[in-house]
Ligand binder design. Structure first.
Ligand SMILES: Cc1ncc(COP(=O)(O)O)c(C=O)c1O
Length: 315
């Protein structure tokens, strides 16, 4: 067993799980990149580490600094964990409608919670953070949607890990939130293997799958444009909330306790698998299911659970 001196050093190097038995096409293999194994419980540990270490290196972050981040979801939790470890103070802006586990995780790591109106959703929290950052130039705002360190974390770590563990990869499928995962991994894979196809999973415009956003809803994350997202993506798989839950439950049925965006990513991968003759698809399981237990996602009647998850704001 390796011995680490900090939880930060335990981020990344997550395993791939072969879930090909869920593939609708016997000639297409499916592999899940198990990001719930990170110490903060999600893929966002990678970008929180990269954003914070880069800000330390270029002098934006100095000992005892205060940071802002508009996220009640995985990025907020990852930032809170690393800020705690390195002695920074974190203020997180989030809609009042977020699930109780989210608030509790942030409190565990000592983050200060600033609630914004639930009906304004995550955009309200981003707006408040931008206003606070302007009022308080002494606070450090790393802003995952516009920070190159976000895709860079995936370019430097997630992408190389996937190719090393799955040299036969033909397709990469991931949910789109900030787009950091797709931009960083997609850029790396296409540099190394120009034939690899990259697919984004998005909900239909106006529908909510936790962690994901539709680019049709009007907000294009600055990192998507900066990394040439329009040219990088080979296509999109549109996945509805009900399908996300169905495929999350199928992952659970083979013992893989994944969060709801992972079911969405798998549903997207299955659609791609149905359209190709043969291949090897890697998709991302962003987190495990712990934070979603109170939503009934795993146990309630499927239709009721799908209606419920659409009302909750997760990021
Ligand atoms: C659970 C979950 N899945 C998927 C995503 C999307 O990843 P990315 O922001 O890299 O596009 C996020 C991002 O917020 C998330 O929290």
């Amino acid at each position: 067993m390796a011995v680490y001196s900090s939880v930060i050093d335990m981020i990344g190097n997550t395993p791939l799980l072969d879930v090909s038995r869920l593939s609708p096409n016997p000639s297409v293999r499916l592999f899940a990149k198990m990001e719930g194994q990170n110490p903060g419980g999600s893929v966002k540990d990678r970008i929180a580490r990269q954003m914070i270490l880069e800000a330390e290196a270029d002098g934006r972050l100095t000992p005892g600094a205060t940071l802002l981040e508009p996220s009640s979801g995985n990025t907020g939790i990852a930032m809170a964990m690393i800020c705690r470890e390195r002695g920074y103070h974190l203020k997180t802006m989030m809609p009042s409608s977020v699930s109780v586990e989210r608030r509790q995780m942030l409190e565990v790591f000592g983050a200060e919670l600033i609630l914004t109106p639930g009906e304004e959703g995550s955009n309200g929290a981003v707006k408040r953070a931008l206003a606070l950052a302007e009022e308080h130039p002494e606070w450090v705002f790393l802003y995952q949607y516009g920070n190159d360190a976000n895709p860079r974390a995936h370019y430097l770590t997630t992408g190389p890990e996937i190719l090393a563990d799955c040299p036969d990869i033909t397709h990469f499928v991931a949910g789109l939130g900030t787009s950091g995962t797709l931009m960083g991994v997609g850029t790396y894979l296409k540099e190394q293997r120009p034939d690899v196809k990259v697919f984004a999973v998005e909900p239909p415009s106006g529908e909510i799958v936790e962690g994901l956003r539709s680019l049709e809803d009007g907000f294009i994350p600055p990192v998507f444009d900066a990394w040439g997202g329009q040219d990088l993506l080979d296509g999109k798989s549109i996945v509805r909330p009900l399908e996300s839950l169905e495929w999350t439950r199928r992952l659970v049925s083979i013992g893989c306790f994944a969060g709801i965006s992972s079911g969405a990513a798998l549903a997207g991968a299955v659609k791609v698998a149905g359209r190709i003759e043969s291949g090897t698809i890697v998709f991302v399981v962003c987190d495990a299911g712990w934070k979603y237990l109170s939503t009934g996602a795993y146990t309630d009647d499927l239709t009721a659970a799908a209606e419920h998850i659409e009302k909750i704001v997760y990021f």
